[in-house]
Design a protein around this ligand. Structure first.
Ligand SMILES: C[S@@+](CC[C@H](N)C(=O)[O-])C[C@H]1O[C@@H](n2cnc3c(N)ncnc32)[C@H](O)[C@@H]1O
Ligand SMILES: [Zn+2]
Length: 283
């Protein structure tokens, strides 16, 4: 089962951390206590660009409230199923190791854990730079390793990971190149051009295409291996649900007063979920 502690490195000196689920220590005597909620804080002060990096408490709360409505569950299930297919299975005799980078409040990570609960030799970690997000994630499950750390400097050994997932979070090509084993996979979820199009049409006079292309961001060392799209419609059933989605998406934060007024009149809103799941192989 999945309670095995993820093998972490000391963020100060990069030696392996050893210990139990309360304390970790490296050979150079740098030591770390688990937070009350059960996560590791491995983010050094000099890795922070601001006092409180990543999503703030309000953004985390908005994301959780919307995801809990269940409209993204088919997407989460598809992600979890894909992850299970990508990991080396238990019979290979090797420990499988994966990180969900930018895990947020853990909605997708917890479902991956459930899907993989039968795997008998797996180390699974959820990593986010926001302590608000990781604190919230801890309340979902204790059966994986949660940590506050920077995705640009993961406390993870070179070529030690079988899989990294990046769901709606920033790509960190250098760090993924360093930590993934040769032949290992990187799974990236990002919005397709039709994603929440009806909402974007209500907000913007002119809806722009994002043009985001993970292959060009990743650059050398990654081979585009597979592209799946998850595509379905769902209907928000009342004004509260509509406001919950708005609070979660960057489109909602950019809204002008006229669009806000238009949207506040709606009792229902049918939207398209259009998400790309791109798999890359570390060459
Ligand atoms: C749009 S949210 C997605 C969260 C989650 N994957 C989900 O889909 O529900 C992006 C996340 O990336 C995190 N983040 C931003 N910069 C980061 C960094 N440098 N390292 C790790 N996480 C980061 C934010 O705190 C936030 O939780
Ligand atoms: Zn150390």
């Amino acid at each position: 089962m999945l309670v095995s502690q993820f093998q972490l490195l000391c963020p100060v000196c990069q030696s392996p951390l050893e210990g139990d689920n309360k304390h970790l220590r490296c050979a150079n005597n740098h030591s770390y206590d688990a937070a009350r909620q059960g996560y590791w804080n491995l983010l050094l002060a000099n890795q922070k660009r601001s006092k409180d990096p990543g999503d703030n408490a309000e953004m985390v709360q908005a994301r959780r409230a919307f995801l809990e409505l269940g409209y993204y569950q088919p997407l989460a299930e598809q992600v979890a199923k894909t992850v299970a297919d990508l990991l080396p299975d238990a019979s290979s005799g090797e420990t499988a190791r994966m990180v969900d980078m930018g895990c947020g409040e853990g909605y997708y990570t917890a479902l991956m854990q459930q899907q993989l609960a039968q795997h008998n030799d797996l180390q699974l970690a959820g990593l986010d730079i926001s302590k608000h997000a990781v604190k919230a994630a801890c309340s979902r499950t204790k059966a994986l390793t949660w940590m506050v750390a920077s995705g640009a400097a993961m406390p993870v050994a070179e070529q030690s990971l079988d899989l990294v997932t990046v769901l709606f979070s920033r790509l960190m090509p250098d760090e993924f190149r360093r930590t993934l084993k040769p032949g290992a996979s990187l799974l990236v979820a990002y919005p397709g051009e039709g994603h929440l199009l009806q909402l974007r049409e209500l907000i913007y006079d002119e809806v722009r295409q994002s043009g985001f292309d993970p292959a060009s961001v990743l650059g050398e060392g990654f081979e585009a291996t597979e592209l799946q799209t998850v595509h379905y419609d769902f209907t928000l059933q009342n004004q509260q649900e509509i406001q919950q989605l708005l609070a979660m998406t960057p489109h909602g934060w950019r809204i002008n007063p006229a669009a806000k007024a238009r949207i506040s009149e709606l009792n229902q809103l049918t939207l398209t979920l259009d998400v790309n799941l791109a798999r890359f192989t570390r060459s």
